[in-house]
Design a protein around this ligand. Structure first.
Ligand SMILES: [Zn+2]
Length: 462
């Protein structure tokens, strides 16, 4: 089937398909589930029209359609589907079940987002208009190529479903998965140049949309972490500072240049901008490698190197995309930066991952102190269930005890509880049971603190 589109849109022939059709083909070749398509451009009575569209594709669906409008359903990036006409191309991350069969839902491209030109403009809107035009002219592929590629991306999203909200890093991981699905399908049909075009699109947009900044981690097995996200979010900022520090703006002025700031230099003399920016990266590289070689065992030194690799990749991705698409230069694709062996990087990331998990659990456990493990609640529970007949002297309730006896009993009960939690952890050594142990530990510390403050109070009174 030909992807080319005739100049005259009325000139339908058997080779011609509409952009919507190209998008649908893209979605269906990636999705592992049947898909319902919804046209967000339905003008009047949009809700009724969309219900009718869906019902005509899958009879019986209308009952669960109400959810789209009543519940707060979302796209994979977390955009609420509150006004579907605001969406460009998208899918719902939730799946619909009718008669036990699962369906994905994809929105057709809106009228504002159904051509190569409109898609290019959507990510060059932060740049000058002449740049936007240059980027469009330096991008390969027809409208239908672009719609099919985007369909492939959205269809890959439809392979998984989840109802919980994703964190920024989880969105970036999911967007890489969708971009990888689209890249693989496009390469299969011999459109490698389109893959590079979409990678460049992501690179140019990375700073403004870090959740979709997938280029340095595409075609790589590298773990995507919060570090990846924060480097995507900040690389341009670092680059701007780097240029300020490594470019002689006053000399530039003496030589007749106009630019006084980094981004002005980028438009006026891109080569000078990228040279200064690269110089900053070289200085960064030299510094982190010196520290790393001084002491490879320090986690801080390992982290600095892995961060620098990512920052270099985002920066170079931006430079190469800018050169190819804005300046029309023929730049070969680079390999990702590898300052230390992949094995050392993986070892650091594994340690970091465990460390992050522990930190999150500790934070969660800290919150639990006020709920499940609150020392007050735990005390109430333990004392309420205490068998007073086993107490060394004859008492009937907690209030019968002296202050010292109360503290000793609390300690005893907490240690018993801790033994139970530790046993639980030994039998089921999961991160969750570890989290419970950490939570209890905090509760015990806070009880100890209270007991000690009781003491000091008692001391004062005496
Ligand atoms: Zn996506």
């Amino acid at each position: 089937m030909s992807d080319s589109e005739p100049e005259n849109k009325n000139e339908h022939n058997r080779f011609w398909i509409s952009r919507d059709e190209a998008y649908k083909i893209g979605v269906l070749e990636a999705s592992t589930y049947p898909v319902i398509f919804v046209d967000p451009d339905a003008k009047d009575g949009v809700v009724d029209q969309i219900k009718a569209q869906m019902e005509s594709q899958v009879p019986g669906l209308v009952a669960s359609i109400e959810e789209i409008f009543n519940k707060k359903l979302h796209t994979p990036s977390g955009k609420p589907v509150s006004d579907i006409r605001e969406l460009a191309t998208s899918v719902l991350k939730e799946r619909f079940v009718v008669d036990g069969k699962e369906y994905g839902l994809a929105f057709l491209p809106t009228e504002q987002f159904d051509s190569k030109k409109e898609i290019v403009e959507s990510f060059t809107k932060n740049l000058a208009s002449n740049i936007s035009r240059a980027v469009y002219e330096n991008m390969p592929g027809t409208n239908n190529d672009w719609m099919r590629y985007i369909g492939n991306h959205e269809g890959t999203h439809l392979q998984v479903s989840y109802t919980y909200p994703l964190s920024d890093v989880e969105i970036l991981i999911e967007e890489r998965r969708a971009d990888q699905g689209a890249a693989d399908l496009a390469r299969e049909r011999g459109q490698g140049e389109l893959v590079l075009a979409f990678k460049d699109r992501r690179s140019l947009l990375a700073f403004y949309d870090p959740t979709h900044a997938t280029t340095p981690v595409l075609d790589q097995n590298d773990q995507v972490t919060d570090m990846t996200f924060s480097m995507a979010e900040s690389f341009l900022f670092y680059s701007i500072i780097g240029v300020m520090e490594n470019f002689d703006f006053s000399l530039h002025k003496t030589n007749g240049g106009k630019a006084e700031k980094s981004l002005e230099l980028l438009s006026e003399d891109p080569d000078a901008y990228f040279e200064a920016s690269r110089k900053a990266l070289e200085l960064l590289k030299a510094k982190v490698m010196k520290d790393y070689n001084d002491d490879q065992t320090l986690l801080d030194n390992q982290r600095a190197v892995v961060e620098a690799q990512l920052r270099i990749d985002y920066q170079e991705g931006f430079e190469d995309a800018y050169r190819r698409r804005v300046l029309g230069q023929d730049i070969p694709e680079r390999e990702p930066t590898q300052l230390i062996p992949q094995k050392a990087e993986d070892a650091y990331l594994a340690k970091k991952e465990l460390h992050d998990k522990m930190r999150h659990l500790e934070e969660a456990a800290g919150r639990n102190v006020t709920t499940e493990f609150s020392s007050y609640k735990l005390k109430e529970e333990l004392i309420e269930n205490y068998d007073w007949s086993s107490y060394p002297r004859k008492v009937e309730e907690y209030d019968d005890l002296t202050l010292d006896e109360r503290n000793n009993l609390k300690r005893y009960l907490f240690l018993e509880k801790r033994a139970e939690v530790v046993e639980d952890f030994k039998n089921n050594p999961s991160l969750e049971s570890f989290g419970r142990a950490v939570g209890l530990q905090k509760a015990i510390r806070s009880i100890e603190y209270n007991i000690n403050s009781d003491r000091s109070l008692k001391g004062k009174n005496c």
